[in-house]
Write a protein that binds this ligand. Structure first.
Ligand code: DX5
Ligand code: ZN
Length: 209
């Protein structure tokens, strides 16, 4: 599995320091949540922050775009250091174009669905993407409860895509449910509050499998 700390729950005053702690604890990916106050009812941060932290680490930057019309900004996010870009199927009329924009620049292309979006919506794109991000909370905020019903989508995707495909799960994962999320078939696990609330390094070590 890949454990991916989500910096949404980090202390932004000492962000670089906290990212170093994630790296020292053995995390190889970093989850970066971009919110526009339109696709989701919250605003987070964007290019300047990503560009700044890019200088401090070689971790894989897993950028999760919770923004309307992601095609307008994908190139900018890649320019400022994204290694992978995931967009929401609900946020664009041009999913093929988004995938092409990401892949033509040699980056990992991810497609995401919100908890209420049927998995069928992304079937036409599964051959073209490198990863599916299954949201297990309503996107917008850290620290919410895991919606167990999404395990069915994870199981289904694992069945049809085989053992190596990247299925990322984001929202509400912590020590007491991570094993069931992995058992459902996820292999890339985002954790925000479970990593950044308390001691980062020991939290990560306890979540890793
Ligand atoms: C929610 C974000 C998540 C969030 C997860 O919209 O996409 O990445 O940071 O936080 P936790 O792990 O606290 O649910
Ligand atoms: Zn996220």
């Amino acid at each position: 599995m890949i454990l991916v700390p989500s910096i949404l729950s980090a202390d932004f005053g000492i962000l670089a320091e906290q990212i170093k702690k994630c790296e020292n604890a053995g995390a190889e990916w970093l989850h970066i949540d971009v919110m526009d106050g339109h696709f989701v009812p919250n605003i987070s941060f964007a290019m300047p922050v990503i560009k700044s932290i890019r200088k401090y680490t070689d971790m894989f930057f897993d950028v999760h775009l919770m923004i309307t019309e992601p095609e307008r900004y994908i190139n900018d996010f890649i320019d400022c250091g994204a290694d992978g870009v995931t967009f929401h199927i609900e946020a664009t009329d041009f999913p093929d174009r988004c995938i092409e924009m990401i892949r033509s620049r040699g980056k990992l292309a991810g497609i995401s669905i919100k908890p209420d979006t049927p998995v069928e919506r992304i079937i036409p794109y599964l051959e073209k993407v490198d990863m599916v991000l299954v949201m297990s909370v309503e996107p917008g905020y850290g620290g919410q409860e895991y919606i167990t019903a999404v395990n069915e989508k994870i199981k289904y995707l694992r069945e049809i895509k085989g053992e190596y495909f990247k299925i990322e799960v984001d929202g509400g994962v912590r020590e007491n449910n991570i094993d069931s999320v992995l058992a459902a078939g996820a292999n890339v696990i985002v954790a925000g509050s479970a990593v950044f609330n308390g001691d980062i390094e020991s939290n990560i070590k306890r979540l890793m499998r």
